[in-house]
Design a protein around this ligand. Structure first.
Ligand SMILES: O=C(O)CCC(=O)C(=O)O
Ligand SMILES: [Fe+2]
Length: 272
């Protein structure tokens, strides 16, 4: 993104409660960042998030009744060549102090996927409240999903699609790699005194030089299994959720059951 000096990105949390990093190629940006939970003090009486948290309006109690309770934001001056990481659910506003070029990337992972699901549920609650007066209309629940997609960028069906794609890839990775990994594990037992537990705990250290060939595949399988466990948690929660059941989408329910079965088989069968 290339932006002019004195422009800003309004106060927000990133899409789908994703994580992000942003790298400044040139220019300087000021980031004002709040930890999760503070946004409730930065929301106006109508429930809308503040647009500009530096505006004088924030001190107008008739608009932002609880602004005084908010902590001070974490302020970061990001200069040329610097990269900032924004954790999931941290609200932020960004002011371009100079003409700036930056590159950013958003993602989620096993730690973020349930947050994404919770976010989707809370956005649907807001949608439902906004058209509560039309509840008698035909296909009201389906209509709420259309509005959810418009406001949030994704609806329940697409979320299942998203989980399905992740799960299928992980299942495929596990199936492809497990045969190699079995022989690697034998190698590990024979060649080094590093137990699998030690091996796992060394993920965050500089382990690359001590890796015997194929250790990466064991790690990959562990990560894939972990992802599948988290996808499964979301699917089970979805299946039991009131709004999901009100949709009465039989095809989607069947799809979830089939996917859950596939995940279950993969996780149970260490040799799959
Ligand atoms: O650079 C900006 O103006 C906004 C970037 C942002 O909000 C982000 O990376 O999450
Ligand atoms: Fe952002």
């Amino acid at each position: 993104m290339a932006v002019m000096s004195n422009t800003r990105t309004p106060f927000h949390a990133d899409v789908f409660r994703s994580f992000s990093w942003s790298a400044n190629i040139c220019g300087c940006k000021k980031w004002l960042i709040y930890p999760p939970g503070q946004e409730k003090y930065l929301t106006d009486r109508l429930g809308n998030l503040a647009y500009d948290i530096t505006s004088a309006d924030m001190n107008d109690r008739s608009q932002f009744a609880e602004f005084e309770k908010a902590s001070k934001p974490i302020t970061v001056l990001q200069k040329e060549g610097e990269v900032i990481f924004v954790p999931s659910g941290w609200h932020h506003q960004v002011i371009n102090l100079e003409d700036t070029i930056s590159i950013n990337h958003n993602w989620t992972n096993a730690c973020g996927i349930f947050k994404m699901w919770e976010h989707l549920q809370s956005e649907l609650v807001k949608v439902k409240q906004s058209i509560e007066d039309c509840r008698d209309m035909e296909n009201w629940h389906q209509h709420c999903q259309v509005m959810l997609r418009a406001s949030c960028g994704i609806n329940y069906e697409e979320f299942v699609e998203f989980l399905d794609v992740i799960a299928k890839q992980r299942i495929c990775n596990i199936r492809e790699k497990v045969i190699d990994a079995t022989s690697v594990e034998k190698n590990l037992n024979n060649q080094t005194s590093l137990s699998r537990t030690d091996f796992k705990s060394s993920v965050f250290q500089d382990w690359s030089s001590s890796m015997v060939e194929g250790q990466g595949q064991l790690l990959l399988i562990d990560y894939c299994r972990h992802d599948l466990v988290k996808v499964k948690e979301c699917l089970i929660s979805l299946k039991g959720e009131h709004s999901f059941n009100e949709l009465q989408n039989k095809d989607l329910q069947i799809r979830i059951d089939e996917l859950l079965q596939e995940i279950h088989t993969t996780l149970e069968n260490k040799q799959t």
